[in-house]
Design a protein around this ligand. Structure first.
Ligand code: ADP
Ligand code: MG
Length: 474
Protein backbone atom coordinates (compact mmCIF):
# COMPACT_ATOMS: atom_id res chain seq x y z
CA UNK A 1 0.00 0.00 0.00
CA UNK A 2 1.28 3.45 -0.86
CA UNK A 3 1.87 5.56 2.17
CA UNK A 4 0.21 8.93 2.21
CA UNK A 5 0.36 11.52 4.95
CA UNK A 6 -3.12 10.49 5.96
CA UNK A 7 -2.42 6.81 6.32
CA UNK A 8 0.87 7.43 8.09
CA UNK A 9 -0.68 9.81 10.56
CA UNK A 10 -3.62 7.49 11.12
CA UNK A 11 -1.29 4.68 12.12
CA UNK A 12 0.62 7.07 14.34
CA UNK A 13 -2.60 8.05 16.01
CA UNK A 14 -3.46 4.44 16.69
CA UNK A 15 -0.17 3.97 18.51
CA UNK A 16 -0.54 7.24 20.35
CA UNK A 17 -4.04 6.41 21.44
CA UNK A 18 -2.77 3.30 23.15
CA UNK A 19 -0.19 5.31 25.02
CA UNK A 20 -2.00 8.34 26.37
CA UNK A 21 -5.23 8.75 28.22
CA UNK A 22 -8.38 9.68 26.47
CA UNK A 23 -8.48 13.24 27.71
CA UNK A 24 -4.95 13.97 26.52
CA UNK A 25 -5.62 12.32 23.24
CA UNK A 26 -8.64 14.48 22.63
CA UNK A 27 -6.90 17.64 23.77
CA UNK A 28 -3.53 17.28 22.15
CA UNK A 29 -3.77 14.86 19.26
CA UNK A 30 -7.21 15.08 17.75
CA UNK A 31 -6.73 18.70 16.68
CA UNK A 32 -3.62 17.79 14.69
CA UNK A 33 -3.86 17.43 10.92
CA UNK A 34 -1.27 15.74 8.78
CA UNK A 35 -0.60 17.87 5.71
CA UNK A 36 2.43 16.55 3.89
CA UNK A 37 4.65 13.53 3.54
CA UNK A 38 8.11 13.73 2.07
CA UNK A 39 9.93 10.40 2.34
CA UNK A 40 11.30 10.65 5.86
CA UNK A 41 9.36 13.62 7.04
CA UNK A 42 5.74 13.87 7.96
CA UNK A 43 4.46 17.40 8.32
CA UNK A 44 1.68 17.93 10.81
CA UNK A 45 -0.28 21.04 11.39
CA UNK A 46 -0.85 22.24 14.93
CA UNK A 47 -3.02 25.16 15.99
CA UNK A 48 -0.28 27.29 17.49
CA UNK A 49 3.19 27.44 18.93
CA UNK A 50 1.92 26.86 22.40
CA UNK A 51 0.48 23.59 21.23
CA UNK A 52 3.72 22.63 19.58
CA UNK A 53 5.72 23.35 22.69
CA UNK A 54 3.33 21.36 24.77
CA UNK A 55 3.72 18.37 22.49
CA UNK A 56 7.47 18.71 22.52
CA UNK A 57 7.56 19.02 26.23
CA UNK A 58 5.26 16.16 27.06
CA UNK A 59 5.17 13.78 24.19
CA UNK A 60 8.50 14.05 22.45
CA UNK A 61 9.60 10.45 23.02
CA UNK A 62 6.23 9.03 22.15
CA UNK A 63 6.10 11.02 18.93
CA UNK A 64 9.64 10.10 18.03
CA UNK A 65 9.03 6.44 18.66
CA UNK A 66 5.79 6.46 16.71
CA UNK A 67 7.11 8.25 13.68
CA UNK A 68 10.16 5.98 13.48
CA UNK A 69 7.90 3.01 13.63
CA UNK A 70 6.08 4.33 10.59
CA UNK A 71 8.88 5.89 8.57
CA UNK A 72 11.97 4.07 9.71
CA UNK A 73 14.97 5.26 11.65
CA UNK A 74 15.37 8.44 9.69
CA UNK A 75 11.73 9.29 10.17
CA UNK A 76 11.00 12.71 11.57
CA UNK A 77 8.17 15.12 12.16
CA UNK A 78 7.91 18.62 10.91
CA UNK A 79 5.44 21.04 12.34
CA UNK A 80 3.40 23.60 10.60
CA UNK A 81 1.79 26.16 12.77
CA UNK A 82 -1.58 27.41 11.85
CA UNK A 83 -1.44 30.72 13.63
CA UNK A 84 -0.51 33.55 11.26
CA UNK A 85 2.54 35.64 12.07
CA UNK A 86 0.55 38.82 12.58
CA UNK A 87 -0.77 37.90 15.95
CA UNK A 88 0.36 39.20 19.25
CA UNK A 89 3.39 37.06 19.74
CA UNK A 90 3.67 37.65 23.42
CA UNK A 91 0.39 36.02 24.30
CA UNK A 92 -0.79 32.50 24.34
CA UNK A 93 -2.79 32.24 21.22
CA UNK A 94 -6.07 30.50 21.28
CA UNK A 95 -6.07 27.49 19.02
CA UNK A 96 -7.04 28.10 15.47
CA UNK A 97 -9.18 31.14 15.94
CA UNK A 98 -9.59 34.74 16.80
CA UNK A 99 -8.35 36.86 19.66
CA UNK A 100 -5.12 36.11 21.37
CA UNK A 101 -5.23 36.26 25.12
CA UNK A 102 -3.80 39.36 26.62
CA UNK A 103 -3.28 38.59 30.23
CA UNK A 104 -0.66 35.95 30.26
CA UNK A 105 2.61 37.23 29.01
CA UNK A 106 5.17 34.90 27.78
CA UNK A 107 8.45 36.73 27.58
CA UNK A 108 10.84 35.71 24.92
CA UNK A 109 7.96 35.73 22.51
CA UNK A 110 6.50 32.97 20.51
CA UNK A 111 7.62 32.64 16.95
CA UNK A 112 5.12 31.54 14.50
CA UNK A 113 5.60 29.83 11.19
CA UNK A 114 7.04 26.48 10.35
CA UNK A 115 9.33 24.73 12.73
CA UNK A 116 11.48 22.13 11.13
CA UNK A 117 12.98 19.13 12.72
CA UNK A 118 11.93 19.71 16.25
CA UNK A 119 13.62 16.54 17.35
CA UNK A 120 17.02 17.79 16.43
CA UNK A 121 16.68 21.01 18.33
CA UNK A 122 18.88 20.10 21.26
CA UNK A 123 17.03 20.05 24.55
CA UNK A 124 13.79 21.78 23.68
CA UNK A 125 13.49 24.64 26.07
CA UNK A 126 10.86 24.73 28.69
CA UNK A 127 7.99 26.95 27.93
CA UNK A 128 8.86 30.32 29.39
CA UNK A 129 6.19 31.95 31.43
CA UNK A 130 6.68 35.32 33.05
CA UNK A 131 6.24 34.53 36.74
CA UNK A 132 4.74 37.98 37.38
CA UNK A 133 6.77 38.30 40.54
CA UNK A 134 8.22 41.39 42.11
CA UNK A 135 11.87 40.49 42.64
CA UNK A 136 12.19 42.79 45.62
CA UNK A 137 10.04 40.49 47.76
CA UNK A 138 12.58 38.04 49.12
CA UNK A 139 13.15 35.95 52.21
CA UNK A 140 16.21 38.03 53.00
CA UNK A 141 14.17 41.12 53.55
CA UNK A 142 11.24 39.36 55.17
CA UNK A 143 12.02 39.89 58.83
CA UNK A 144 11.29 36.98 61.08
CA UNK A 145 9.29 37.38 64.27
CA UNK A 146 6.88 35.40 66.41
CA UNK A 147 4.12 36.75 64.26
CA UNK A 148 5.32 34.94 61.15
CA UNK A 149 7.68 32.19 62.26
CA UNK A 150 5.57 29.24 61.20
CA UNK A 151 4.51 30.74 57.90
CA UNK A 152 8.03 31.84 57.09
CA UNK A 153 9.65 28.52 57.81
CA UNK A 154 6.92 26.61 55.98
CA UNK A 155 7.51 29.00 53.09
CA UNK A 156 11.22 28.23 53.12
CA UNK A 157 10.53 24.50 53.18
CA UNK A 158 8.17 24.86 50.23
CA UNK A 159 10.67 26.98 48.31
CA UNK A 160 13.33 24.31 48.79
CA UNK A 161 11.09 21.50 47.68
CA UNK A 162 8.06 22.74 45.80
CA UNK A 163 5.37 20.09 45.73
CA UNK A 164 7.56 17.85 47.84
CA UNK A 165 6.43 18.76 51.33
CA UNK A 166 3.26 18.14 53.28
CA UNK A 167 2.53 21.85 52.91
CA UNK A 168 0.49 21.62 49.76
CA UNK A 169 -1.35 23.84 49.45
CA UNK A 170 0.41 26.30 51.66
CA UNK A 171 -2.24 28.78 52.74
CA UNK A 172 -0.89 32.00 54.20
CA UNK A 173 -3.55 34.02 55.90
CA UNK A 174 -3.73 37.19 57.92
CA UNK A 175 -4.95 40.75 57.98
CA UNK A 176 -4.15 43.28 55.38
CA UNK A 177 -0.64 44.67 55.33
CA UNK A 178 0.95 41.88 57.33
CA UNK A 179 3.10 40.42 54.60
CA UNK A 180 1.06 37.73 52.81
CA UNK A 181 1.96 38.92 49.35
CA UNK A 182 5.56 39.50 50.32
CA UNK A 183 5.98 36.00 51.72
CA UNK A 184 4.15 34.26 48.90
CA UNK A 185 6.26 36.08 46.34
CA UNK A 186 9.43 35.39 48.30
CA UNK A 187 8.74 31.69 47.87
CA UNK A 188 8.30 32.15 44.14
CA UNK A 189 11.44 34.26 43.82
CA UNK A 190 13.41 31.73 45.81
CA UNK A 191 12.29 28.87 43.59
CA UNK A 192 13.38 30.83 40.56
CA UNK A 193 16.75 31.88 41.87
CA UNK A 194 17.73 28.51 43.31
CA UNK A 195 18.07 27.21 39.80
CA UNK A 196 15.53 24.42 39.87
CA UNK A 197 14.15 25.47 36.51
CA UNK A 198 10.58 25.31 37.74
CA UNK A 199 7.83 27.34 36.19
CA UNK A 200 6.42 29.75 38.73
CA UNK A 201 3.34 31.89 38.28
CA UNK A 202 1.92 34.52 40.60
CA UNK A 203 -1.59 35.69 40.00
CA UNK A 204 -3.97 37.81 42.03
CA UNK A 205 -7.44 36.36 42.47
CA UNK A 206 -8.79 39.35 40.67
CA UNK A 207 -6.66 38.78 37.63
CA UNK A 208 -7.41 35.10 37.74
CA UNK A 209 -11.13 35.85 37.76
CA UNK A 210 -10.79 38.27 34.88
CA UNK A 211 -8.85 35.74 32.88
CA UNK A 212 -11.61 33.25 33.41
CA UNK A 213 -14.29 35.69 32.34
CA UNK A 214 -12.23 36.46 29.27
CA UNK A 215 -11.70 32.80 28.46
CA UNK A 216 -15.38 32.06 28.82
CA UNK A 217 -16.11 34.93 26.48
CA UNK A 218 -13.64 33.58 23.97
CA UNK A 219 -14.80 30.04 24.39
CA UNK A 220 -11.32 29.10 25.51
CA UNK A 221 -11.74 27.71 28.99
CA UNK A 222 -9.89 24.55 28.06
CA UNK A 223 -6.89 26.53 26.92
CA UNK A 224 -7.03 28.41 30.13
CA UNK A 225 -7.04 25.28 32.24
CA UNK A 226 -4.34 23.71 30.10
CA UNK A 227 -2.17 26.75 30.43
CA UNK A 228 -2.27 26.54 34.18
CA UNK A 229 -1.16 22.94 33.96
CA UNK A 230 2.20 24.16 32.73
CA UNK A 231 2.91 25.74 36.06
CA UNK A 232 4.98 24.01 38.74
CA UNK A 233 4.44 26.55 41.47
CA UNK A 234 1.17 28.44 41.38
CA UNK A 235 0.65 31.37 43.72
CA UNK A 236 -2.86 32.74 43.97
CA UNK A 237 -3.11 35.88 46.08
CA UNK A 238 -6.13 36.97 48.11
CA UNK A 239 -8.40 34.02 47.43
CA UNK A 240 -11.10 35.58 49.60
CA UNK A 241 -12.00 37.52 46.46
CA UNK A 242 -13.11 34.29 44.83
CA UNK A 243 -15.98 34.15 47.29
CA UNK A 244 -19.38 33.88 45.64
CA UNK A 245 -17.84 33.53 42.20
CA UNK A 246 -19.27 30.17 41.33
CA UNK A 247 -17.84 29.67 37.89
CA UNK A 248 -14.39 30.90 38.85
CA UNK A 249 -14.37 28.55 41.81
CA UNK A 250 -15.38 25.66 39.65
CA UNK A 251 -12.51 26.23 37.25
CA UNK A 252 -10.10 26.91 40.05
CA UNK A 253 -11.16 23.64 41.65
CA UNK A 254 -10.31 21.85 38.47
CA UNK A 255 -6.91 23.50 38.14
CA UNK A 256 -6.17 22.92 41.78
CA UNK A 257 -6.91 19.21 41.52
CA UNK A 258 -4.86 18.62 38.44
CA UNK A 259 -1.87 20.50 39.78
CA UNK A 260 -2.08 18.84 43.15
CA UNK A 261 -2.37 15.41 41.61
CA UNK A 262 0.70 16.06 39.54
CA UNK A 263 2.73 17.04 42.54
CA UNK A 264 2.78 20.73 41.69
CA UNK A 265 2.93 23.29 44.46
CA UNK A 266 0.06 25.59 45.32
CA UNK A 267 0.49 28.66 47.47
CA UNK A 268 -2.60 30.61 48.41
CA UNK A 269 -3.12 33.69 50.50
CA UNK A 270 -6.26 34.81 52.20
CA UNK A 271 -7.32 37.48 54.64
CA UNK A 272 -8.88 34.84 56.89
CA UNK A 273 -8.45 31.17 57.70
CA UNK A 274 -9.87 28.81 55.08
CA UNK A 275 -12.70 27.67 57.32
CA UNK A 276 -14.02 31.21 57.51
CA UNK A 277 -14.12 31.76 53.78
CA UNK A 278 -17.82 32.36 53.35
CA UNK A 279 -19.13 32.06 49.86
CA UNK A 280 -16.47 29.52 49.01
CA UNK A 281 -17.50 26.05 47.97
CA UNK A 282 -17.08 23.44 50.66
CA UNK A 283 -15.06 21.16 48.41
CA UNK A 284 -12.55 23.94 47.84
CA UNK A 285 -12.30 24.75 51.51
CA UNK A 286 -11.70 21.11 52.28
CA UNK A 287 -8.86 21.07 49.78
CA UNK A 288 -7.35 24.20 51.25
CA UNK A 289 -7.12 22.25 54.47
CA UNK A 290 -5.10 19.45 52.90
CA UNK A 291 -1.82 21.23 53.38
CA UNK A 292 -0.84 23.79 55.93
CA UNK A 293 -2.60 26.99 56.87
CA UNK A 294 -0.18 29.35 58.54
CA UNK A 295 -1.14 32.75 59.80
CA UNK A 296 0.63 36.05 59.88
CA UNK A 297 -0.36 37.93 62.97
CA UNK A 298 0.43 41.38 64.18
CA UNK A 299 4.11 41.88 64.77
CA UNK A 300 5.32 42.72 68.24
CA UNK A 301 7.11 46.00 68.86
CA UNK A 302 10.58 44.50 68.44
CA UNK A 303 9.61 42.95 65.12
CA UNK A 304 8.13 46.21 63.92
CA UNK A 305 11.36 47.93 64.87
CA UNK A 306 13.41 45.32 63.03
CA UNK A 307 11.25 45.68 59.94
CA UNK A 308 11.51 49.44 59.97
CA UNK A 309 15.25 49.31 60.47
CA UNK A 310 15.69 46.88 57.64
CA UNK A 311 13.59 49.15 55.48
CA UNK A 312 15.81 52.09 56.40
CA UNK A 313 18.94 50.17 55.47
CA UNK A 314 17.39 49.21 52.16
CA UNK A 315 16.47 52.79 51.40
CA UNK A 316 19.66 54.22 52.80
CA UNK A 317 17.83 56.28 55.40
CA UNK A 318 19.12 57.39 58.74
CA UNK A 319 16.46 58.24 61.27
CA UNK A 320 16.99 58.76 65.00
CA UNK A 321 16.17 55.78 67.13
CA UNK A 322 13.59 57.54 69.25
CA UNK A 323 11.67 58.50 66.12
CA UNK A 324 11.51 54.96 64.72
CA UNK A 325 10.47 53.78 68.13
CA UNK A 326 7.78 56.39 68.26
CA UNK A 327 6.45 55.30 64.89
CA UNK A 328 6.47 51.65 65.87
CA UNK A 329 4.68 52.39 69.11
CA UNK A 330 1.92 54.08 67.20
CA UNK A 331 1.47 51.98 64.12
CA UNK A 332 0.71 48.52 65.31
CA UNK A 333 -1.32 46.49 62.99
CA UNK A 334 -0.25 47.12 59.47
CA UNK A 335 3.27 46.92 58.15
CA UNK A 336 2.37 48.67 54.98
CA UNK A 337 1.24 51.63 57.04
CA UNK A 338 4.45 51.47 58.97
CA UNK A 339 6.39 51.80 55.74
CA UNK A 340 4.02 54.48 54.56
CA UNK A 341 4.71 56.61 57.60
CA UNK A 342 8.44 56.22 57.10
CA UNK A 343 8.29 57.31 53.49
CA UNK A 344 5.98 60.15 54.25
CA UNK A 345 8.21 61.30 57.08
CA UNK A 346 11.23 61.46 54.85
CA UNK A 347 9.27 63.28 52.17
CA UNK A 348 7.96 65.84 54.66
CA UNK A 349 11.39 66.46 56.03
CA UNK A 350 12.84 67.05 52.58
CA UNK A 351 9.98 69.20 51.35
CA UNK A 352 9.86 71.39 54.41
CA UNK A 353 13.55 71.23 55.17
CA UNK A 354 12.80 70.04 58.62
CA UNK A 355 14.76 67.74 60.78
CA UNK A 356 13.29 64.34 61.37
CA UNK A 357 12.21 64.34 64.97
CA UNK A 358 9.31 63.20 67.09
CA UNK A 359 7.31 66.34 66.38
CA UNK A 360 7.45 65.80 62.69
CA UNK A 361 6.65 62.11 63.17
CA UNK A 362 3.60 63.11 65.20
CA UNK A 363 2.30 65.30 62.42
CA UNK A 364 2.86 62.63 59.84
CA UNK A 365 1.16 59.93 61.83
CA UNK A 366 -1.74 62.21 62.62
CA UNK A 367 -2.21 62.97 58.95
CA UNK A 368 -1.48 59.57 57.72
CA UNK A 369 -4.85 57.93 57.90
CA UNK A 370 -6.73 60.89 56.55
CA UNK A 371 -4.10 61.36 53.86
CA UNK A 372 -4.92 57.94 52.61
CA UNK A 373 -8.59 58.67 52.81
CA UNK A 374 -8.21 61.57 50.43
CA UNK A 375 -7.66 59.14 47.66
CA UNK A 376 -10.86 57.22 48.23
CA UNK A 377 -13.64 58.53 46.05
CA UNK A 378 -17.38 58.28 46.48
CA UNK A 379 -17.60 56.63 43.06
CA UNK A 380 -15.19 53.98 44.11
CA UNK A 381 -17.28 53.18 47.16
CA UNK A 382 -20.45 53.11 45.12
CA UNK A 383 -18.92 50.69 42.64
CA UNK A 384 -17.73 48.42 45.34
CA UNK A 385 -20.96 48.38 47.31
CA UNK A 386 -23.07 47.94 44.19
CA UNK A 387 -20.86 45.06 43.18
CA UNK A 388 -21.11 43.51 46.59
CA UNK A 389 -24.90 43.64 46.63
CA UNK A 390 -25.09 42.73 42.99
CA UNK A 391 -26.82 45.98 42.01
CA UNK A 392 -26.18 48.54 39.35
CA UNK A 393 -24.76 51.86 40.50
CA UNK A 394 -27.79 53.54 38.93
CA UNK A 395 -30.10 51.58 41.19
CA UNK A 396 -27.90 52.41 44.13
CA UNK A 397 -28.17 56.12 43.42
CA UNK A 398 -31.75 55.97 42.23
CA UNK A 399 -35.08 56.36 43.95
CA UNK A 400 -36.08 52.74 44.60
CA UNK A 401 -37.44 52.20 48.07
CA UNK A 402 -36.86 48.45 48.09
CA UNK A 403 -35.37 47.65 51.45
CA UNK A 404 -32.30 45.78 50.26
CA UNK A 405 -31.43 48.61 47.91
CA UNK A 406 -32.09 51.26 50.53
CA UNK A 407 -29.68 49.53 52.87
CA UNK A 408 -26.98 49.33 50.23
CA UNK A 409 -27.53 53.01 49.44
CA UNK A 410 -27.36 54.05 53.08
CA UNK A 411 -24.29 51.95 53.60
CA UNK A 412 -22.52 53.60 50.66
CA UNK A 413 -23.24 57.00 52.16
CA UNK A 414 -21.99 55.85 55.53
CA UNK A 415 -18.76 54.55 54.03
CA UNK A 416 -18.37 57.69 51.96
CA UNK A 417 -18.72 59.80 55.06
CA UNK A 418 -16.22 57.76 57.05
CA UNK A 419 -13.66 57.02 54.41
CA UNK A 420 -13.57 60.14 52.28
CA UNK A 421 -13.05 63.78 53.06
CA UNK A 422 -16.18 64.77 51.20
CA UNK A 423 -18.75 66.98 52.89
CA UNK A 424 -22.20 65.66 53.62
CA UNK A 425 -23.52 67.98 50.97
CA UNK A 426 -21.22 66.69 48.30
CA UNK A 427 -21.87 63.08 49.28
CA UNK A 428 -25.60 63.74 48.94
CA UNK A 429 -25.03 65.22 45.51
CA UNK A 430 -23.21 62.08 44.50
CA UNK A 431 -26.32 60.12 45.32
CA UNK A 432 -28.65 61.54 42.75
CA UNK A 433 -28.82 65.00 44.34
CA UNK A 434 -29.97 64.10 47.83
CA UNK A 435 -29.44 66.66 50.54
CA UNK A 436 -27.13 66.53 53.52
CA UNK A 437 -29.84 65.57 56.00
CA UNK A 438 -30.50 62.39 54.03
CA UNK A 439 -26.84 61.51 54.42
CA UNK A 440 -26.99 62.13 58.16
CA UNK A 441 -30.11 60.04 58.42
CA UNK A 442 -28.50 57.23 56.42
CA UNK A 443 -25.41 57.17 58.59
CA UNK A 444 -27.58 56.97 61.67
CA UNK A 445 -29.61 54.12 60.19
CA UNK A 446 -26.44 52.22 59.36
CA UNK A 447 -25.05 52.81 62.83
CA UNK A 448 -28.24 51.41 64.37
CA UNK A 449 -28.01 48.36 62.20
CA UNK A 450 -24.34 47.92 63.08
CA UNK A 451 -25.22 47.90 66.74
CA UNK A 452 -27.83 45.22 66.37
CA UNK A 453 -26.99 43.03 63.42
CA UNK A 454 -23.74 41.08 63.66
CA UNK A 455 -23.90 39.75 60.12
CA UNK A 456 -24.40 43.20 58.75
CA UNK A 457 -21.50 44.36 60.85
CA UNK A 458 -19.25 41.69 59.33
CA UNK A 459 -20.27 42.82 55.88
CA UNK A 460 -19.40 46.40 56.68
CA UNK A 461 -16.06 45.49 58.19
CA UNK A 462 -15.28 43.45 55.09
CA UNK A 463 -16.22 46.24 52.76
CA UNK A 464 -14.19 48.78 54.68
CA UNK A 465 -11.25 46.48 54.51
CA UNK A 466 -11.70 45.97 50.81
CA UNK A 467 -11.86 49.69 50.21
CA UNK A 468 -8.72 50.40 52.18
CA UNK A 469 -6.92 47.49 50.71
CA UNK A 470 -7.58 48.25 47.10
CA UNK A 471 -6.29 51.71 47.81
CA UNK A 472 -3.14 50.50 49.42
CA UNK A 473 -2.43 48.21 46.58
CA UNK A 474 -2.61 50.79 43.87
P1 ADP B 1 -0.52 41.76 52.61
O1 ADP B 1 -0.36 41.05 51.31
O2 ADP B 1 -0.69 40.83 53.75
O3 ADP B 1 -1.58 42.80 52.58
P2 ADP B 1 2.10 42.76 51.98
O4 ADP B 1 2.80 41.47 51.70
O5 ADP B 1 1.72 43.57 50.82
O6 ADP B 1 0.84 42.51 52.90
O7 ADP B 1 3.01 43.57 52.98
C1 ADP B 1 2.86 44.95 53.18
C2 ADP B 1 4.21 45.59 53.26
O8 ADP B 1 4.86 45.20 54.44
C3 ADP B 1 5.12 45.19 52.13
O9 ADP B 1 5.84 46.29 51.68
C4 ADP B 1 6.05 44.17 52.74
O10 ADP B 1 7.31 44.18 52.13
C5 ADP B 1 6.11 44.62 54.17
N1 ADP B 1 6.31 43.51 55.12
C6 ADP B 1 5.36 42.70 55.61
N2 ADP B 1 5.87 41.80 56.44
C7 ADP B 1 7.19 42.02 56.48
C8 ADP B 1 8.29 41.42 57.16
N3 ADP B 1 8.12 40.39 58.00
N4 ADP B 1 9.52 41.92 56.96
C9 ADP B 1 9.69 42.97 56.13
N5 ADP B 1 8.71 43.58 55.45
C10 ADP B 1 7.47 43.12 55.63
MG1 MG C 1 -1.44 41.28 49.55
Amino acid sequence: MVKTYDTVWDSCLRTIRRNVNNQSFKTWFEPIRAVHLDQDALTIQVPNKFFYEWLEEHYVSLLKMTIRQELGDRGRLEYQILMGPKRDTTSIPKPSSSTPRKDINMPGGIDTGNIKNPFVIPGIKKLKIDPQLNPSYTFDNFIEGDCNRLARSAGLAVANKPGGTAFNPLVIFGDVGLGKTHLAQAIGNDVITNGSNKTVLYVSSEKFTNQIIESIKNNAVNDFVNFYQLVDVLIVDDIQFLANKVKTQEIFFHIFNQLHQNGKQLILTSDRPPKDLDGMEERLISRFKWGLSADLSQPALETRMAILESKMVQEGLDIPYDVTEFICYNIKNNIRELEGVLISLVAQSMLNRREIDIDLAKEVIKNFVSQMSKEITVEFIQDLVADHFDLSVDKLKGQTRKRSIVIARQLSMYLAKNLTNKSLKSIGENFGGRDHSTVIYSCKAVQDLLDTDMIFKDTVVDLEKKIKMSLNEK
